[in-house]
Design a binder for this molecule. Structure first.
Ligand SMILES: C[S@@+](CC[C@H](N)C(=O)[O-])C[C@H]1O[C@@H](n2cnc3c(N)ncnc32)[C@H](O)[C@@H]1O
Length: 265
């Protein structure tokens, strides 16, 4: 992989996630689950990696943490800043890449990531950076989508129609405990897991399809890249509808996710 290929990938990521803001209505409740699970305390210095519109950083700040949020997308950082103002909180949000964090070693008591760092193409680079900025004994906790559950299966479907370069690690590997254990290696102790659930409501498949095609980075990119291939888009939509129908009940999809937590040694 060349540095040009890496820059192109990051630019594409930045663009494809830019319209994610409406989904904060769903990730807001998941943020409370992650903050509860992590055991954040008032006064903790906390980093929210891949913060999007800031739901985790703001939830933690509401409980007295000194939050900072970082995200690849400037549009989402702007929205996060607005959210902090609406919440009456003073939180620093900035544009940045989890694979190259702009903070000194041993800065944070807690590093959290909700469905964020899992999208970095090189898991070892991302985890090394998150570990580096965490203080010894500090808490690392994150939420991720397992490959065999709804969102992981959705990403698998997207990858079939819009494959990433071969050097890009599939995001939902971060949803597997064995993979997480391997990535954390000897730098962490007391690794524990829990499960959470995010209800993704939709009035019909048409509403759901429109929502994910206009907000969820990898789906948005698939549709954008295949504007000239209507047959590919048609096939993708048929498979998406089948997957959706397997899970859709009472106007919503129950999206189960994995939460992981460990202490830096
Ligand atoms: C599914 S969204 C989650 C956003 C937010 N954490 C939430 O739960 O609402 C994924 C986020 O990861 C960000 N992201 C993807 N790759 C990143 C990277 N390399 N560094 C920082 N953020 C990244 C995207 O811009 C996007 O905001």
């Amino acid at each position: 992989m060349t540095s040009d290929a890496l820059s192109v990938f990051k630019e594409n990521q930045k663009k494809s996630w830019a319209l994610f803001a409406p989904i904060e209505i769903f990730t807001t409740t998941a943020a409370a689950a992650l903050v509860n699970f992590s055991g954040v305390k008032a006064g903790d210095k906390l980093l929210d990696v891949g913060c999007g519109t800031g739901v985790v950083a703001i939830t933690a700040a509401n409980r007295g943490a000194k939050s900072i949020g970082l995200d690849l997308s400037p549009d989402l950082v702007l929205r996060a800043k607005e959210n902090a103002i609406i919440a009456g909180l003073d939180i620093h949000f900035e544009e940045g890449d989890v694979e190259s964090l702009p903070y000194d070693d041993n800065t944070f008591d807690v590093v959290l990531s909700q469905f964020g760092h899992m999208f970095a193409p090189r898991p070892q680079v991302a985890i090394q950076e998150m570990t580096r900025v965490l203080k010894p004994k500090g808490i690392l906790a994150f939420s991720t989508w397992p490959p065999d559950l709804y969102v992981g299966r959705l990403f698998g479907l997207v990858a079939k129609y819009s494959p990433a370069p071969e050097w890009v690690s599939p995001p939902s590997l971060w949803g597997e405990p064995a993979f997480i254990r391997q990535q954390l290696g000897d730098s962490f102790e007391k690794l524990i897991f829990n499960q959470g659930m995010m209800n993704f409501s939709a009035l019909s498949f048409g509403h759901y399809r429109r929502s994910v095609e206009t907000t969820i980075g990898p789906v948005l990119k698939l549709i954008h890249d295949n504007q000239q291939n209507p047959e590919t888009i048609k096939q993708f939509r048929l498979e998406l509808e089948d997957l959706f129908n397997d899970y859709y009940k009472n106007n919503a999809i129950e999206q189960h996710f994995l939460m992981s937590k460990a202490n830096k040694k």
